[in-house]
Design a protein around this ligand. Structure first.
Ligand SMILES: [Zn+2]
Length: 118
């Protein structure tokens, strides 16, 4: 009887433990190692892509800002450079005004003068 019980116990114990071990291994392999590995891989890829996207986004933002300000400064410089020379017929003062202005008041005597034509 004790030997039987022992054998039954060992028989029942052995497959149970084997099953338990298999289940545990399966659970471990399915629930932990594989998905964790995939999520780790995905997380790594995602982090890499997001990091590069961030870098690309920052670089794009700064290059766009640089282009915008460069063009704006260039336009301002051009507008400043393309000034029209005016000559006051009243006080003989030479002054400039922005391009596009056909008539500009003299800063010295406030007389409205037409632009000089060369
Ligand atoms: Zn004047």
């Amino acid at each position: 009887m004790p030997g039987r019980i022992d054998s039954v116990a060992t028989r029942t114990k052995e497959p149970l433990t084997a099953k338990q071990v298999q289940e545990a291994l399966d659970l471990v392999s399915v629930d932990e190692s594989n998905p964790v590995a995939t999520t780790r891989w995905w997380q790594r890829a995602r982090a890499l892509v997001s990091n590069w996207l961030g870098v690309v986004g920052v670089l794009g933002f700064f290059s766009a800002a640089w282009l915008y300000y460069d063009r704006r400064d260039h336009a301002l410089y051009e507008a400043e450079r393309r000034r029209i020379t005016f000559h006051c017929i009243r006080c003989d003062h030479l002054y400039t005004a922005r391009a596009g202005a056909a008539v500009a008041a003299c800063p010295r005597c406030d007389h409205e003068n037409t632009r000089l034509k060369f």
